[in-house]
Design a protein around this ligand. Structure first.
Ligand code: NAP
Length: 247
């Protein structure tokens, strides 16, 4: 199957993607930027499924660290795909007029520049234009790109809209070079993101407004990501797949 790089693979949705990818036969690079222990634990769970795993620290917004991430992945084996999952809200929920420019820039840097840098590295390795074997990229956006997240994190929503547009454009650039690019756009998912953002009751508060009346689980996103990576999605290019329980 080859190697799958999952950015932000140490927790939440990314960790679920890493584990399911191992079950589907990928060797997995579990990227993270902070504490190594959750990433090491995910790597162990990947190995327990019979796959190779590497936990690798790299801030996706840093060009040199992204290069190092892809070089380390190459030592594991040939690259098959990339999941750009790392993303942050800025952890300062509130109206746009209450946000600092530092928060705005940091969120864009991780959520948008990070996707740009990782996509660029992946295309240079996967595209037939560069002699690569082809492959697939899945970028993790958010339905916030459509809703705008008023009162919570408009800056984050805007960054995810940028991810959608970047993905659709890139998908069309590289479709005939063996590389399929698609987006999974989750709704409210039960991960640590909400508590970290200082909104511990967010899942409970928003659940009644979701047609399914509950948050999604990371595994319910991982399944879609692995489908988009797979040959079953061979004609799926530049799609933005919303998974939000009907929201
Ligand atoms: P999470 O539990 O907070 O995990 C975020 C992951 O990203 C962690 O592994 C974190 O590891 C990593 N990360 C953060 N900054 C990074 C950086 N600069 N470089 C590399 N890795 C970095 O988040 P999640 O809820 O699983 O969300 C995953 C993705 O889904 C994000 O793109 C998010 O925007 C999107 N999403 C989530 C929801 C939701 O309701 N949870 C809804 C829609 C979309 P470190 O802490 O070690 O850096």
């Amino acid at each position: 199957m080859g190697v799958l790089i999952v950015t932000g693979g140490s927790r939440g949705i990314g960790a679920a993607v890493c584990e399911l990818a191992a079950e589907r036969g990928y060797d997995v690079v579990v990227n993270f930027s902070g504490d190594p222990s959750p990433a090491e634990q995910v790597a162990e769970r990947v190995r327990s499924r019979g796959a190779q795993a590497l936990a690798f620290r790299a801030d996706v917004s840093d060009e040199r660290q992204v290069s190092a991430l892809f070089e380390a992945a190459a030592e594991l084996g040939p690259l098959a795909g990339l999941v750009n999952n790392a993303g942050v809200t800025g952890n300062t929920p509130g109206r746009l007029d209450e946000q600092t420019v530092e928060t705005f820039r940091r969120v864009l840097d991780i959520n948008v520049t990070g996707v740009f840098l990782c996509c660029r590295e992946a295309v240079r390795r996967l595209s037939t234009r560069y002699g690569g074997p082809g492959g697939a990229i899945v970028n993790v956006s958010s339905i916030a790109a459509r809703t705008g997240s008023a009162g919570e994190w408009v800056h984050y929503a805007a960054s995810k809209a940028a991810v959608d547009t970047l993905s659709v454009g890139l998908a069309r650039e590289v479709a005939d070079e063996g590389v399929r690019v698609n987006v999974v756009s989750p709704g409210l998912i039960d991960t640590g993101l909400h508590v970290a953002a200082g909104l511990p009751d967010r899942l409970e508060r928003l659940s009644p407004g979701i047609p399914l009346r509950r948050p999604g689980q990371p595994e319910e996103i991982a399944g879609a990501v692995l489908w988009l990576l797979s040959p079953e999605a061979s004609y799926t290019v530049g799609s933005v797949l919303e998974i939000g329980g009907g929201r």
